[in-house]
Design a protein around this ligand. Structure first.
Ligand SMILES: NC(=O)c1ccc[n+]([C@@H]2O[C@H](COP(=O)([O-])OP(=O)(O)OC[C@H]3O[C@@H](n4cnc5c(N)ncnc54)[C@H](O)[C@@H]3O)[C@@H](O)[C@H]2O)c1
Length: 334
């Protein structure tokens, strides 16, 4: 087996501790941890202790100066992702950056263009692109299991807990937002990835938005109508402020001319008129393992990156053009 990737971590907060580390523990042969940087030394030390990294910094530039670091994982407040990704790339490090790749569409577009000129590999940690339930749904669709895709419904309604600092919605940078869209960008890019993965590219959209109702800054609720290039229609609803006992973060149903597919975390439910519904079990994996494995395979085996900056930019575009539609009271052609 090829050498493990010598990784540095910049931003040692909740995503690294709760989401990335459990996946990285399953990839011990693929990664070794050289250093951790966070403006909060305690957080950096905590992740260094977990991962076995021997060096800890409060200034990420010291980590980038280490020749022993060949790649970095960035999990920072959203407004810092693009500038620090660029610093890392210019320092010659491969970058696995958290989503979304910018604080607004223009910044993300510039990052995409600048990265394209540098000889490094980047992967955006959009875990939805690696989720087994979405991959399986995609296979069923492409094999014609639903007939013609007519309608996609993605409804995600849940009240984010903004008071607990160990909860994502409790982090101060999500309250005093320095990026466009607030929770609708932060969480919505995952939904956009799922919609695009299954429905293909969106051609037309029209949205309404609502602000407030939470400590979260920015837009907190959106309703969007979509028309995909294929001709399929979509309805997307996301609220981070309303409580719904029934809702999951990914409440997704695909309606085809021949069958309907409901996508759950651990199973897909296929139903056809006049027939008993069929349950197709899938691994309830959130996709983080897949993204780290893909990054390893891209660097060591030349495998293609699945979750590219370009794809992640287009997810962001879908959400932020939705905000444009609401602000301008217009139907938007993407
Ligand atoms: N893919 C997912 O499912 C998922 C889930 C949650 C968060 N995220 C993403 O992960 C990223 C981080 O989110 P989080 O919830 O872990 O936030 P967090 O606040 O818990 O972590 C961010 C860390 O960055 C540190 N930081 C701030 N400025 C810094 C700087 N200049 N240099 C170094 N460190 C600095 C903070 O001290 C903090 O520890 C965001 O991009 C978010 O969108 C992704």
């Amino acid at each position: 087996m090829a050498e493990p990737i010598k990784l540095g971590i910049i931003g040692a907060g909740l995503a690294v501790k709760q989401l990335h580390w459990p996946a990285l523990q399953r990839l011990r042969a693929n990664y070794t941890f050289v250093a951790v940087a966070d403006v909060d030394q305690h957080k950096a030390q905590e992740i260094a202790t977990l991962t076995g990294a021997e060096r800890v910094y409060t200034d990420y530039r010291e980590l980038l100066a280490l020749s022993a670091v060949e790649a970095v994982l960035l999990a920072l407040p959203i407004h810092l992702t693009a500038p620090i990704t660029l610093d890392a790339a210019r320092a010659g490090k491969h970058v696995l950056l958290e989503k979304p790749p910018g604080a607004n569409l223009e910044q993300a577009r510039q990052l995409k263009e600048q990265l394209a000129t540098l000889p490094i590999t980047t992967l955006v940690a959009e875990n939805f692109r690696y989720r087994p339930n979405l991959q399986q749904a995609r296979r069923i669709l492409s094999e014609g299991g639903l007939g013609e895709l007519i309608l996609l419904k993605l409804h995600s309604v849940s009240r984010a807990n903004t008071d607990d600092p160990e909860n994502f919605a409790g982090t101060p940078w999500r309250h005093d937002t320095q990026y466009r869209g607030g929770p609708i960008l932060d969480g919505g890019v995952h939904h956009a990835a799922a919609l695009r993965l299954l429905g293909g590219e969106v051609e037309w959209l029209q949205a309404f938005t609502k602000y407030g109702g939470s400590k979260l800054g920015g837009t907190t609720t959106i309703t969007m109508n979509l028309r995909f290039r294929s001709g399929a229609l979509g309805t997307y609803v996301y609220s981070a402020v309303c409580h719904d006992e029934q809702s999951s973060f990914l409440g997704l149903t695909l309606y085809g001319s021949a069958a309907t597919l409901l996508v759950d975390n651990d199973a897909l439910r296929l139903s056809r008129p006049g027939q008993a519904p069929e349950t197709i079990p899938v691994e309830a994996d959130p996709g983080y393992y897949g993204e780290f494995l893909n990054f390893y395979q891209a660097l060591r085996e030349g495998a293609p990156v699945v979750s590219t900056v370009e794809q992640s930019y287009r997810d962001m575009e879908l959400i932020l053009r939705g905000l444009d539609s609401a602000e301008q009271a217009q139907v938007i052609l993407l």
